[in-house]
Design a binder for this molecule. Structure first.
Ligand code: NDP
Length: 329
């Protein structure tokens, strides 16, 4: 018996942002229809709490053609300062029917692409149609993939990027501006980045707020992507309170999302503030944006069904194109 090994270059070449947006949307719809198994992930702190080992299992679809699998990765935020990836690991994909391992592939690449694709799905569903003034807070892997994702679903008029370290913002602006062929402005404060913006992506490893509610303009849509543990937040309570709150998975929001849990603990919001899962909006079970003036917030935690859907797509494309290395068990 053999399975396919797909490295970072394989994943990046097989999974375009445009394809991944459709694949992730479909995975969230399948979840909303009840045809997926999506438990909470296990996240174990390393003994000195400098990083996490995360195990994310799940199943997508039904036995006849469904897949099962798990992403196992480490998250070491300080790697960013060393020029190394903060998210590293592997995804193992099985077919459900016979339980065969199909593929083992790089988790860093798929995480970079599918996370931004999920934000693109949220933006397409929740942002104003004319939104195009984008602010990105953060300059790491997700900042770059989010820039590509946002331009896939909205026509961008203006892009500002902020980092605590202005040189990081300047470098990202220069490199991505040249690659994508439009101006990206580095700015020195987060407030300056979001003033008047109607699309905001928070993609930092911050544990304390970098985005304040006072700064968010009416009608903006926010994708809050960092802060995936209960005690970390990128948004202050006012930012969460002023927005209609959506997420990828309710159970994850209530267990993992510091942005929500800390605002609730402070008494600014209660459980009823949560509007629904993105999949339910896509399936028209929950209303999305109701007016041009309301602020919408997609709190992304990142869930295994997105990795499995992307994995199945990559696996099928690899078989067609002959990419990857076939390894015997
Ligand atoms: P990177 O390590 O590549 O980049 C992290 C960025 O955050 C850098 O710009 C960094 O530095 C900035 N940063 C670090 N600490 C702080 C701080 N205290 N205040 C403000 N900015 C800070 O990470 P990724 O781009 O891969 O991931 C970004 C975030 O998204 C992480 O929290 C990660 O865990 C999360 N994530 C969420 C996923 C999801 O599905 N929701 C999936 C993958 C990642 P600087 O300011 O120096 O530029």
């Amino acid at each position: 018996m053999s399975f396919l090994f797909l490295n970072r270059e394989d994943v990046e070449s097989l999974l375009t942002m445009a394809d991944c947006i459709e694949v992730v949307e479909e995975s969230l719809r399948i979840l909303a229809r009840g045809d997926a198994v999506q438990p909470l992930r296990s996240a174990l702190w390393m003994p000195d709490r400098h990083g996490l080992l995360v195990v994310m299992p799940g199943m997508l679809g039904r036995a006849e053609d469904g897949v099962a699998g798990a992403k196992v990765l480490t998250v070491v935020p300080d790697n960013f300062t060393r020029g190394e990836d903060s998210h590293q690991g592997l995804v193992l994909l099985f077919d459900q029917k016979r339980g065969r391992p199909l593929a083992l592939f790089d988790a860093g690449a798929v995480t970079a692409i599918r996370t931004a694709a999920a934000s693109a799905v949220a933006t397409r569903a929740l942002a104003r149609q004319d939104a195009g003034d984008l602010a990105i807070l953060g300059t790491g892997v997700q900042a770059r993939s989010h820039l590509e994702a946002m331009r896939s679903v909205r026509t961008l008029r203006r892009v500002r990027v902020w980092s605590r370290n202005f040189e990081h913002a300047r470098r990202l602006a220069e490199e991505e501006g040249a690659r994508l062929g439009f101006a990206v402005e580095p700015v020195s404060t987060a407030r300056e980045a979001v003033a008047g913006a109607d699309l905001i992506c928070t993609v930092t490893a911050a544990t304390a707020p970098v985005l304040l509610g006072d700064w968010i303009s009416p009608g903006a849509h926010v994708n809050a992507v960092g802060a995936c543990t209960p005690n970390a937040r990128e948004l202050d309570a006012a930012a969460v309170a002023k927005a209609r709150l959506f997420t990828d998975r309710k159970e994850s929001l209530f267990a993992e999302a510091g942005d929500f849990l800390l605002a609730r603990a402070e008494g600014t919001i209660d459980d009823s503030h949560f509007q629904g899962e993105l999949g339910d909006v896509l399936e028209a079970k929950v209303p999305g944006r109701r007016s041009d003036d309301e602020v919408t917030l997609f709190k992304s935690l990142g869930i295994a069904v997105e990795d499995l859907a992307a994995g199945r797509f990559i696996y099928e494309k690899a078989l067609e194109s002959g990419r990857g290395a076939s390894l015997a068990l």
